[in-house]
Write a protein that binds this ligand. Structure first.
Ligand code: DAH
Length: 340
């Protein structure tokens, strides 16, 4: 057997090599199962130093007639490989997405993770309601220290050292003259000392007494103090203000009774009862500011008059929420607190 020239053998070899390469590559490409491995195959076959380039390097030795034939076969192989690679990439990507979607499926029937919302303690929400009402009436919120001197807690409020009213407000003395305040009334004095009339303040806070704890008593409790001082204020202003406050607090106009009483820092003094659920409930103390109190802060009682009132927050919270024992308000039982 004779060949026209040795180049014929060369071109046949190249063509066989190309066909073998195509078969091998296509088999491998269809079998590959990851995008990374697929990319590696692309580099191995079609990359600059890949197998196809290696075969094509032999083309230089071909004759001018053979070169286009082998060249066009090489192009066909290249295109076919490229399209196999593309197809395989598409199906691998689709499979990957499907797997991801399956893994991330949200089961809306699973029980949720509940995060209970916090809420205000009934004492705080009661204080807030009282303050809201008075702020609505034009009052400003004021506060004072829990540790007081005898002067602010008693003397300036017209309660001299041997006054019997001190017996009802026995407290914790830190030194002979310094004590835990027994009521929020000292805020009246502190505020008037640093301000000039007209004054309208509402002062919430914690107070302390040497009381034995039972269902209605606690050694630590909360009050709100109310004070208005101006020219020409009368008992009518006091009554109107208290009635308006109680109407807003209880949500309706209820029968209100002003019962004559005694407080050293007011003259005249009264206790306020509200008819609620068929009973008279004592809800607060009040009165016209005693001239001696006005004098203690340097106001002229001939020019200014005022009224004051004080109420216990625990008492209001217990009445409004029908709580039977004051101690429930302090022992942080979540089953109790979550009702409000
Ligand atoms: N400070 C009084 C107490 O703790 C309550 C009180 C009564 C306050 C009459 C007042 C008032 O401002 O006018 O028992």
């Amino acid at each position: 057997m004779s060949y026209p020239n040795s180049m014929a053998t060369m071109s046949n070899t190249l063509e066989t090599d190309l066909q073998t390469l195509q078969q091998e590559a296509e088999k491998e490409i269809t079998a590959v199962d990851s995008l990374e491995a697929l990319e590696q195959l692309r580099i191995n076959y079609l990359g600059k130093k890949g197998k196809l380039s290696q075969i094509l390097r032999g083309m230089g030795k071909l004759s001018a007639e053979e070169r286009p034939r082998v060249g066009s076969l090489a192009n066909e192989v290249k295109e076919s490989l490229q399209s196999h690679l593309d197809n395989q990439r598409n199906s691998l990507e689709t499979a990957k997405l499907k797997a991801q979607l399956a893994a991330e499926t949200l089961d809306v029937t699973m029980p949720g993770v509940s995060r209970p919302l916090g809420r205000l303690h009934p004492l705080n929400s009661t204080v807030d309601r009282v303050l809201d009402i008075f702020v609505g009436l034009g009052y400003q919120v004021a506060t004072g220290p829990h540790i007081e001197t005898d002067y602010y807690n008693f003397e300036a409020l017209n309660i001299p050292p041997d006054h019997p009213a001190r017996d009802m407000q026995d407290t914790f003395f830190l030194t002979e003259n310094v004590l835990m305040r027994t009521h929020t009334s000292p805020v009246q004095i502190r505020y008037m000392e640093t301000h000039e009339p007209p004054i309208r303040i509402v002062a919430p806070g914690r107070v302390y007494r040497r009381d034995t704890v039972d269902a209605t008593h606690s050694a630590v409790f909360h009050q709100v103090e109310i004070l208005a001082v101006d020219k020409g204020l009368t008992f009518t202003d006091l009554k109107g203000t208290i009635k308006e406050f109680l109407t807003q607090m209880f949500g309706e106009e209820l029968p209100v009774k002003f019962r004559a009483s005694y407080f050293p820092f007011t003259e005249p003094s009264a206790e306020v009862d509200v008819q609620w659920k068929g009973k008279w409930l004592e809800v607060m103390g009040c009165g016209m500011v005693d001239p001696n109190v006005l004098k203690a802060v340097g106001y002229d009682p001939e020019v200014y008059t005022g009224f004051a009132a004080g109420l216990g927050i625990e008492r209001f919270a217990m009445v409004l929420h029908q709580i039977d024992d004051i101690r429930r308000l302090y022992n942080s039982d979540i089953r109790f607190l979550s009702q409000f």
